[in-house]
Design a protein around this ligand. Structure first.
Ligand code: PLP
Length: 443
């Protein structure tokens, strides 16, 4: 497969952009090879600058629930653009999109921002402003955007919590997970192993009066898909309530994707727990930069202009983005989710069958329509287990699929996404490519 044009663009890009990309995973560093520069997309398909077509199992990292360039979404966007692209005033589509989100989730109010990172950053500021406390609890392997205080490694904080050593006042709870984050930002973050109730109980026993909030992905998808153990989210909500901390459910990835009601639809809607705050992004922007945070109206009332917690944005609630998001959600009916579920199930079992036939150790995990494949044996319950997989095997599998025209996430730790536009032709192309990709993975 010729990648001449992509390679040439990558070289030009590297001159003017660090690593040649505007988000690190796009550089193919984890799998090697030339990142494909895409020229266009339609339905379930991407077309690169060398003219190759790929069935897309990344879907822009989640947003493209209906597929690319959906005609009705495109028409709504075109009509909105014809009316101007940004006014810096309140608009009707913002109200309609907020109403749609509130009708599908337990959030009573939402505030729009432009990225998932901004949503979690703002939710944490609000939680701190509301509670008057500083400490944030998160789980290793959960990604909440590149918020300074959330880019903390498990480090000494977890060792302190899990070990016999008592925490020394003044010593940081955690250490930065990347250069450029001041130690002070991570110092107020506690990082715990996912699905570990004892770790949560210990953390709250020791720091309960200082904890402003616990933030978790509704279903972690950023270490691959690692479903919460039954009752785990409910336990987190309860623990937060007992200690006067806020429970923040990050639905940037799962929102309107895992189910019609997001990750909350998988357990919260059934078990009856409600997060204090939630964050949304991806699908709700219909392919544009739009995100939101929301939740209890008494907490949201602490936001400016009503309350003392400042938060703002020049392009927040942009009319094109909110129009695209609204059109997407209005078209995302129960039938769409049934179709996504069926497509995802077909692909999941075909992947498992092909890898089993080739003798490649693997486990496929899913939550609603989201799924991922771990190249290891045994269920994955937390970040350490997710890390214990064979990434070189994934790279071989990935490249074989790519060469056969299937675009998978260029990292073993990412979720696979399907769209309602994945029809029989797209699914057949995936199924046909699997046996030789499994063989490539086995060698
Ligand atoms: N939260 C979760 C769960 C995410 O998956 C992501 C991005 O993948 C974010 C937050 C950050 O969103 P964004 O990339 O829009 O800043």
């Amino acid at each position: 497969m010729s990648t001449e044009q992509s390679a040439a663009l990558f070289e030009r890009a590297r001159t003017v952009t660090p690593g040649g990309v505007n988000s690190p995973v796009r550089a193919f560093a984890a799998v090697g090879g030339t990142p494909r520069f895409m020229r266009s997309a339609s339905g379930a398909w991407l077309t690169d600058v060398d003219g190759h077509d790929y069935v897309d199992l990344v879907c822009s990292w989640g947003p493209m629930l209906l597929g690319h360039a959906h005609p009705e979404v495109q028409a709504a966007i075109a009509a909105a653009i014809a009316r101007g692209t940004s006014y810096g005033t309140p608009t009707e589509p913002e109200v309609e999109l907020a109403e749609e989100i509130v009708s599908r989730t337990p959030a009573e109010q939402v505030r729009f921002v432009s990225s998932g990172t901004e949503a979690t950053m703002s939710a944490i500021r609000l939680a701190r402003g509301f509670t008057g406390r500083d400490v944030v609890v998160k789980f290793a392997g959960c990604y909440h955007g590149h918020v300074d205080s959330l880019l903390a490694s498990a480090g000494s904080g977890v060792a302190t919590l899990r070990g016999s050593q008592a925490h020394t006042p003044g010593r940081p709870l955690s250490v930065p997970g990347t250069a450029g984050v001041p130690a002070g930002s991570a110092a107020e973050t506690i990082v715990l192993p996912y699905n570990d109730r004892d770790a949560v109980t210990e953390a709250f026993a020791q720091y309960g009066t200082r904890i402003a909030c616990l933030v978790t992905e509704a279903v972690p998808g950023n270490m691959g898909v690692v479903p919460p153990a039954p009752g785990f989210n409910s336990f987190l909500a309860q623990t937060c309530r007992e200690h006067g901390a806020l429970f923040i459910s990050d639905e940037v990835m799962t929102g309107f994707r895992a189910t019609r009601e997001g990750g909350w639809g998988l357990d919260g809607a059934i078990e009856g727990w409600v997060p204090d705050l939630m964050t949304f992004g991806k699908v709700m922007g219909g392919g544009f930069p739009a995100a939101a945070f929301g939740g209890r109206s008494d907490v949201m009332a602490h936001l400016a202009p009503e309350g003392p917690v400042y938060q703002a944005g020049t392009l927040s609630g942009n009319p094109i983005a909110t129009t695209a998001g609204l059109a997407t959600l209005q078209l995302a009916t129960d039938e769409v989710y049934e179709r996504l579920d069926a497509t995802a199930a077909t692909i999941r079992s075909a992947v498992a069958e092909a890898l089993t036939a080739a003798g490649v150790p693997h486990v496929v995990q899913h939550a609603g329509t989201m799924f991922s494949v771990f190249f290891r044996e045994g269920a994955v319950r937390d970040y350490s287990e997710a890390g214990a997989q064979d990434t070189a095997t994934y790279a071989a599998f990935f490249h074989s699929m790519l060469d056969q025209g299937v675009y998978l996430p260029p990292s073993a730790f990412e979720c696979w996404f399907v769209s309602a536009a994945h029809d029989d032709r797209a699914v057949s192309a995936i199924l046909d490519a699997l046996p030789s990709a499994a063989t490539a993975a086995a060698t």
